[in-house]
Structures are given as structure tokens and as C-alpha cells.
Ligand binder design. Sequence first.
Ligand SMILES: [Zn+2]
Ligand SMILES: [Zn+2]
Length: 413
Amino acid sequence: MVKFWFLGGADEVGREAIYLDLGQEKFLLDYGVNVQTMSHPIEAPLPLKAIFLSHAHLDHSGHLPCLYRRGCGARTFATPTTFDLSLILLKDSIKVQRKKGMIPHYSYQDIDKLFEHASPLYYRQKVGFDQATFEFRDAGHIPGSASILIHAEKKILFTGDIKFEPTRLLNGADQDLEADILITEATYSYKNHPERESLTQKLQEEIRTAVEAGGIVLLPCFAVGRTQEMLVIVEELGLPYWVDGMGIHATQAILRHPESHKDPVRLQRAFDSARKIRKAKDRLEAISKPGVILASAGMLQGGPIQWYLKRLHDREDCLLILNGYQIEGTPGRILLETGRIQIPGLDVKPKMRVEFMDFSQHCGRDNLISFMEKLNPETIILVHGDRNHEFREELAEKGWKVFSPKNGDKLEL
Ligand SMILES: [Zn+2]
Ligand SMILES: [Zn+2]
């Protein structure tokens, strides 16, 4: 008998946490926060045998230090890349929480405690306990991201966040898998994303046209994953380009782990060729001539991108390309909905052109359904989505045994 308790992130995107009770041994899969509100999952009961972290994003990792603050003595397993990236994101989150006037949920000491209990595990390396053996498989979502394969009484696969389609940076998820129980993210159960290669080429054309006409292209980038993909895409164009913000630090961390991405030589070259913004005068130089600027944050909600928007918004020859999901309430989303840039110190209708391109790091609907058909599990459990109930009904009509738990639900299989 396997018991699941969905502590968070079941019928929502954010604060992912699944408590797995195998009888004698209890495990925790991910322990995240809602990045916008900092709300956290239901507290996981202690003691735990071990914790498995699928990837570094805070909606999967952001509450882990609190577990150690409560005296957790169990080890946390993640890929070496995930540990390096989590360290950057967890520390940054303390700063962001303070900036927002919140009291951080954890301290730097709690992060240290987490890292004292860190056990790095590479893809396809196994770790065994009395009741189960665990293994990570490449999830193709961000560098270091993993699906968690659990060989217990039943074979269980938790996808984490997953993308099957290859990108310039990543190979796409490992699909050489078998499972009786599939716990899958369902972020985009309702839509497909444009084919990545043609989207990449379209982006390159847009950038080339704008820069050759004398403009500057601003690419707001998530520090982890998107900055590195954009570095590789932009390097191919042979135009001058700059990188600014947390993406520099994240790229250095990712380059330390050549196993975490597709082509380490290419990423290294793309990073070496990029001009890095280190001081204020570098920014002035970057906006003094045509080129491309990659800067955090990806949803315009902070970071150096705001500095560039303040200086370039009224230049008709400049182009801003939002290239990732824009959460409701962020300046990026507001810009797409109202046509206005609203950031601290600026509220304008920009003269610069604004575009959106759907470079998602999650699988789209059709890819997810094909994956389910190929895996053919006995049971499917939908998590990490806000339309899981509708998707469950649709899959059930096709003959699948499907659950779409709500936060707090327990399930015995
Ligand atoms: Zn993620
Ligand atoms: Zn996620």
C-alpha cells in the first residue's frame, strides 16, 4: 500500500509538496512556496526518511530551509546542479522578501542547515532505502531538473516540471521510463506551445532586423534556464550582446555542471562572448549603440531590466521581447494586458515595440497526452495545474484511471 498526502501544489501552480508514506518509511517530494504570496504547503510531519527535490525553482524548493529550521534530520537528495542553483535562488528570495516588506520565512543559517544535509545524486544514479529505491531522470525543464522514479511495491514516477521538446540549451526529458503510478505536472493541460525551433528562428529574425536598423533589443530573462538558452540563441547571430543581473551568476553555476545541459562548449562560448555588466558605466555603454541586452527579471518585476526600460521606453527603434510566462499582477503581465509599463518610478505607454513569444519550459497538452499513452500507467495523478479537474474528466473519458487531488487530500493506492 502506498499513501500520498498532497501538502501543496496539487490543484495550483506553486508550493509543490507531496508526502509519500510507504508504511515504515516516509518521504517528501519537493517542498516549495508560492513565489508571489510566499504561502507555503501544509507542514510535513517529521521525522522523514529522506527528501527528494526535483529542481531548483522556488515553487519546488522554497520551503525546504523551514523544514531544517524545525529540526529535520533527514537528507535532501537533488542533482548537483539543482543544489548550486537552489543556493542562489534561496538566498535571493530572502532579499526579495525583505524588499517586499515581508519577514523572510527562513534565515541564511537555515539554508546552511539544508546544505549540511545535502546529498547530490546524478541522473540515473540510484539510492536505496528499506522500502524503496529512488532515481533521478532528466526532466528537460531547466538545467539539473529531474523527474523522480521510485521503485517501491509499485513503480511511481513524479515528473516534477517537465519538457519533452529539445531547446538550444536542453535535450528534452528522458522518456525511457516505466511506471505503474504517474504523478504528473499539468500546467498546460489546456494548450500547446509553438514548435520551439521555428519560434527560435523567428526570435533570431526579429532581433537581427531590429539591431540592423540601429535599435536595441531587450530580452527580460529568468536567471535560471532562460538566460542560458538566450545566450546560445543570440550568440549565433554575431551581433554585440550584453548580459546583466542574476543570470551571470546562474550561468557560471550551470557551466560548472556540463552534464546538466546539451552542449557545454557552445554555452561556454556564448557566455565568454557576452559582455557582462559589472558596473553602472557598463550599462551606459550597453545602451550607447545597437545590440542585444539580456537582463533579469523575466517578468519585469525587479532587477536591472527596469533600469533599461526607464532609459529606452520612448525609443521607437527599440524592441522589448517578453519570452516567458507572465504571472498575473507582474509588470510584464500588466504591460501585455494594458500596453503600459508600470514599474517603480515609471508609468507610461512605451514607444518601443513590445512583443511576446511563448518560450515555455513546460510540456504542452499534446506532448503530455502522448507521454501518458507511451508510458501507459495504471493510475495517473494530476498536480501542478489549475485546470486539473477538467483535464481529469477528459482523460477519464478516454478510459484512464485518473485523480486530480486538491491541496490537503490523501490518496491510498
Ligand atoms: Zn519549474
Ligand atoms: Zn513548478
